[in-house]
Design a protein around this ligand. Structure first.
Ligand code: PHE
Length: 497
């Protein structure tokens, strides 16, 4: 279509010479916009046409003018509402929103009169019938014959806001230096062949359209969780923490539970809370001496502890599972630290990765989530150090109001839940869990007596949902999410202090 129109225009100019694009509207029977569009395509091909912009001032109907065109002038509406026996003036004022203007105009025209002799003013007709000149004039304007009205009438209607001046841009076109009756196809790509053959010199190239919107790159998008993870990772790195290797979703019960002094009867180890593997169902390689010390501390205690006093079973520790927390990784790393060549050195570790729990799914729980975990091991660390490190960590996230509440974990003593004040939600919300690892966990690993380890963990989902205003976790992750939230979510900047 477009191509046809461009050629129609060229042909017309070839046969008739100079023309105003507005005059082409009736010739081709298309919108002026379309003609201007075709003209732009022709211009992109070079100087086929000479164009000169002209402005046409014209008169058009305002919205109110269009209403008058349809229903009659305000004064005619008022006149028509007056019955032969007359009507109370107050009732007449209710016939239309413009009744007041209509009333005074109809009075001025001498169409109606007001009889005040009988108390309430009554409006009566003064003439039998009227001619609605205003409406007739607007009909003329609508038909494109505004020039038929005299200047006073036009000025009056303009004052009454029935008419408005509109400016139409058009182009006077005539043959240009490179006139032709058809368009040459423009090259969009400069190829090596064109360069080699010298053809580029004779071809015409399409000009760059620097106003065009770019196409959306056909590439991957970062999930909000990954964006928030990057922010957390940067905070840890700024604080001098090193990342732990978390690339093992499958873990043995030994490292996930036993190493953490979590008794074998603990409810978290029930199949209702943990996903166990069927194949391979068991792990077989454990550091033997360490395993025996773990067995001993569970069954008989040691290091000043009474232990749990039960019959610790290897089979239970061998069971493979999907790790329920990244603290399993921390346990492996602390064991490694205790047994490395050269002995213990202070460390700061962190990890951010997936963990799995056999949960009942709801708006805030899925069977898997991401855990953010920080661990600091040094000689003579105290609870004050834990509180200080956590306060610093959350301060870097822009959270300054934090509180701690005593809690229980099998592997930490003391343990504390971390709460922070959410200014948006205007309440204290739980953001994490923390504690000092128990000697029953650390001493069997071989860590020196004076080494204490402080640690804390939180989920990545919760701050992400708050940051991106997502209320249901199923809108953030999983098969039911709207992919558009991945494609269009903003970059993440935590308001770090
Ligand atoms: N592992 C704990 C959890 O899953 C988090 C935690 C980590 C608590 C380290 C204390 C110390 O909730």
């Amino acid at each position: 279509m477009q191509l046809e129109l461009t050629e129609q225009i060229l042909k017309y100019v070839d046969e008739n010479g100079k023309v105003d694009t507005l005059d082409l509207v009736p010739v081709f029977g298309v919108d002026h916009q379309k003609i201007v569009g075709a003209l732009k395509s022709i211009e992109a091909n070079g100087e086929l046409l000479k164009t000169e912009q002209v402005l046409h001032k014209n008169w058009g109907l305002s919205d109110e003018g269009k209403e008058v065109l349809a229903k009659g002038s305000h004064e005619a509406v008022v006149f028509n509402a007056v019955p032969s026996e007359g009507i109370a003036q107050s009732d007449l004022m209710k016939v239309s929103p413009n009744a007041k203007v209509g009333f005074s105009k109809a009075m001025a025209q001498g169409w109606i009169s007001v009889d005040k002799s009988i108390g309430k003013p009554v409006v009566k007709r003064k003439v039998e019938s009227i001619t609605d000149t205003v409406q007739e004039h607007l009909q003329q304007v609508d038909a494109g014959q505004a020039s038929a009205l005299n200047d006073t009438a036009r000025a009056d209607y303009r004052k009454r806001k029935l008419l408005q001046e509109i400016v139409v841009k058009s182009f006077i076109i005539s043959k240009g230096a490179e006139f032709a009756t058809s368009l040459q196809k423009l090259e969009a790509d400069l190829t090596t062949d064109m360069l080699a053959s010298g053809l580029w010199n004779t071809l015409k190239f399409k000009p760059y359209n620097l106003d065009a919107l770019g196409t959306v790159p056909d590439a991957g998008y970062l999930h909000p969780l990954l964006k928030v993870r990057t922010e957390f990772r940067n905070i840890f790195l700024e604080m001098g923490f090193a990342e732990m290797p978390t690339n093992n979703f499958v873990e043995s019960s030994f490292w996930n539970f036993d190493a953490l002094f979590q008794p074998q009867q603990h409810p978290a180890r029930d199949a209702h809370d943990t996903f166990f593997l069927t194949t391979p169902s068991k792990s077989h390689k454990f550091p033997e001496n360490y395993l025996n010390r773990v067995k001993e501390v569970h069954s008989n205690g040691g290091y000043g502890s009474q232990g749990y006093k039960y019959d610790w079973k290897l089979e239970e520790a061998q069971k493979n599972l999907l790790r329920t927390h990244t603290t399993a990784v921390s346990a492996r790393m602390l064991y490694k630290l205790a047994n490395q060549e050269g002995g213990f050195v202070p460390v700061k570790y962190f990890s951010i990765d997936r963990v799995f729990r056999n949960e009942t799914l709801d708006a805030t729980h899925l069977a898997e989530f991401h855990q953010v975990e920080g661990v600091v091991a040094d000689r003579n660390l105290t609870l004050g150090d834990l509180i200080g490190v956590i306060a610093e960590f959350f301060k870097k996230l822009g959270i300054t109001q934090i509180e701690f509440k005593p809690a229980y974990n099998p592997y930490t003593e003391p343990s504390m839940e971390i709460f922070c004040f959410h200014p948006g939600l205007k309440k204290w919300i739980e953001v994490g869990n923390s504690g000092m690892f128990r000697k029953e966990m650390l001493r069997p690993m071989g860590l020196p007596d004076d080494v204490n380890v402080i640690a804390w963990g939180l989920s990545l989902e919760r701050p992400t949902m708050i940051k991106y205003g997502i209320n249901n976790i199923r809108d953030l992750i999983g098969p039911k999410i709207d992919l558009r939230i991945i494609q269009s979510n903003p970059i993440c900047r935590l308001e770090k202090s």
